[in-house]
Design a protein around this ligand. Structure first.
Ligand code: CMP
Length: 140
């Protein structure tokens, strides 16, 4: 089984949508193997989104991702990475397919409800950003 990382973002937490989102993911066949609620520091958010550092939305993204708590979760299922991207929907909720998490719960291209890893390689990196080796091994 493949693993991927999701982040339930501050807008979802603020709107009390975390439970609905986790329930939807379970219904789509994802097993929640590790779960952590936390508030990212500025340095952590900057590091997590390092690849976007040169993008015009970077500072605003960091401010948003540190504006309140998040939940990070390790999700497992067959083809977890592409399957999460499918159920998550397009980055901009306005162009996300009906029934996807971002269409249901996102409110703008920035406040788009959740994050999902975009490749198996990044999934590994992102899982290790939030969870220790021991936590990931224990979750198997
Ligand atoms: P995410 O999939 O977590 O990856 C980068 C994040 O930057 C994205 O979701 C949005 O929350 C945010 N963002 C804000 N503006 C843009 C934009 N114009 N294009 C892509 N991502 C954006």
């Amino acid at each position: 089984m493949e693993r991927t990382l999701t982040i339930i973002k501050p807008d979802s937490m603020e709107a009390s949508n975390a439970g609905n989102i986790l329930a939807l993911l379970e219904k789509e066949g994802f097993e929640i193997q590790a779960l952590k609620r936390m508030r990212l520091s500025e340095a952590q958010a900057q590091r997590f989104y390092e690849v976007h550092r040169e993008r015009p939305f970077y500072d605003s993204l960091v401010a948003y991702m540190t504006s309140g708590p998040i939940i990070a979760a390790a999700l497992a299922r067959e083809d977890a990475v592409p399957q999460l991207r499918k159920v998550m929907g397009a980055t901009d909720p306005a162009s996300a397919d009906e029934g996807t998490i971002r269409a249901l719960y996102g409110s703008s291209i920035e406040r788009n409800a959740i994050h999902g890893s975009d490749s198996p390689e990044n999934a590994q990196k992102e899982l290790h950003f939030f969870f220790s080796r021991a936590e990931l091994i224990a979750a198997e």
